[in-house]
Design a protein around this ligand. Structure first.
Ligand SMILES: [Zn+2]
Length: 361
């Protein structure tokens, strides 16, 4: 059974070409929600597999594949941030491969339980302790006499100390050891780490490939879902799965498209159930379209509102839009730990109304 996403075939061929002269480290980069982690898991499992099937995918039958599926492979380590562990625990049936998910989920659960035992809040970082815990694994000889694989996801979650510890490992590579860094934001990685990795760019699927995949997962409105998720199919599925407020999103859109009338405080109240990061994302997409129509005459995320966006954008100076977009970038950084989400919403929505109504900002 081929477990790759349809849009990853070419990348898989590239990987097959690399197997004969395996690099010590691979950086797999690309936007969030396009199946990078599944690809990396496939890569790791195929390298550890004892038999390997057609197209060099893992056989799913040997002892190594069995261990991998159970999340107990002695020659494989997966490092995740605490928040990522929780996200994986909460995701259910949208990923293409249940096997991969069982494995990652089990490891995620263990990481989560470990943190709970220590009475700590889940961290969004990958710590130096996690990277140091690899030392024994790296120095021991391999259990199966084959390769050992470490997968770090997402690599940008490593804090500075963790990244420096990893750098030491990369500088003194062990034989038959592959470290896979998966990153949505490679620009946040230390350049010295990136330079020691062979970089693979995960392809963004076409709209057609993404829609087909979502239809196969029994979603009825793939294009609408995709426009809300920046055209990333797995992210679209996750957002739908988490039921990230269909009704809140519609209400949000209904309100912000009439900046002269909407009530900032009512909207902020309504949005409270939604993670701030998602609301900021919606606003960013909305502003992207307002800017884009001014600069290129096109919209990306809200094609059904083309005329309305065109009219609205006519009245806003580009400078104000840019200013507001910068404000959203700052808000996004703060949104992971907002003291009071409602206040945060009020603040960004008030600014939005200010720029739209050309009052001072
Ligand atoms: Zn196998």
């Amino acid at each position: 059974m081929n477990e790759l996403y349809a849009w990853q075939d070419e990348l898989w061929q590239r990987w097959i070409g690399l197997r004969a002269r395996l690099p010590h480290a691979i950086l797999l980069k690309g936007p969030q929600g396009i199946g990078k982690l599944d690809f990396a898991m496939n890569l790791a499992r195929s390298l550890l597999c004892k038999k390997s099937s057609g197209n060099n995918l893992a056989c799913q039958d040997c002892i190594s594949c069995h261990w991998f599926e159970q999340g107990t492979h002695p020659d494989f380590r997966l490092l995740l941030s605490g928040t990522q562990s929780i996200e994986m625990q909460q995701s259910s049936e949208t990923q293409a491969s249940l096997t991969l998910k069982n494995c990652s989920k089990r490891i995620a659960e263990e990481a989560f339980e470990e943190q709970q035992k220590k009475g700590k809040k889940p961290s969004k970082e990958i710590s130096i302790h996690q990277v140091r815990s690899l030392a024994n694994f790296i120095n021991l000889s391999t259990h199966q006499g084959g390769h050992r694989v470490v997968l770090i996801y997402p690599a940008e979650a490593m804090n500075t100390n963790a990244a420096n510890a990893l750098l030491k490992t990369l500088e003194e590579p062990s034989e038959r050891m592959l470290i896979i860094l998966v990153s949505h934001k490679p620009q946040q990685l230390l350049p010295t780490i990136v330079s020691r990795c062979l970089t693979l760019t995960a392809p963004m699927p076409s709209l057609e490939a993404s829609s087909t995949w979502l239809q196969q997962q029994n979603y009825a409105n793939p294009v609408t879902m995709l426009t809300r998720a920046g055209f990333a199919p797995l992210l679209a599925a996750r957002l739908a799965e988490e039921a990230i407020g269909e009704s809140e999103y519609n209400f949000f859109l209904q309100e912000i498209k009439q900046p002269a009338q909407f009530d900032v405080f009512t909207l902020a109240e309504q949005l409270q159930r939604i993670e701030p990061i998602h609301v900021i994302h919606w606003l960013q997409q909305w502003c992207y379209d307002l800017s884009s129509i001014k600069l290129t005459g096109k919209v990306r995320y809200h094609p059904h509102l083309f005329d309305l966006i065109k009219n609205l954008s006519n009245n806003i100076p580009m400078f104000n839009l840019l200013h507001y977009q910068n404000e959203l970038i700052v808000a996004k950084r703060e949104a992971l730990h907002p003291l009071n989400p409602k206040l945060l919403f009020e603040s960004i929505l008030l600014s939005y109304r200010h720029i739209m109504l050309k009052t001072d900002i």
